[in-house]
Design a protein around this ligand. Sequence first.
Ligand SMILES: [Fe+2]
Length: 155
Amino acid sequence: MRYFCTDCSHIYDEAIGDPEMDFDAGVKIDELTEFYCPNCEASADMFQPIVEEVLYAEDPEYLSWAEREHIPHILHRDDKEVEFSIGQEVHVMWDDHRITTAVLYDEYGDVVEEHFFSVDEDPIHVFHIEDLDSFEIQASCNQHGVWSTGMIENT
Ligand SMILES: [Fe+2]
């Protein structure tokens, strides 16, 4: 989840953390006892969550350029695990433009597993799906938002 400071518009991205404040990637804003805005020093209660629209392939047969680079692409799967890359054309991992997170959801939309990618890691990962009837994988790009496979039946 990303939050913005209502005073100065600074963005805190939980998937990235804040190296200057010594907050590790994946640390939730609620878990930070002494959080304040690194930019303007406003208190934690000045931060509001950013509601991200989840993007799906408009036509799975003909992916646009952005869809080919962002929608999680299944490389291999059986009924126990699924290996995927972020994007058919694997997304770049630059400091200022990269994939930050991949999240596995069950058929009810609940989070099953979450993976935070570090900047020196390829955006390729394995999730365990053995207990799931259906699943969905969403990936976040720090520049281009949240992208989803859509619900996939685990057959
Ligand atoms: Fe991107």
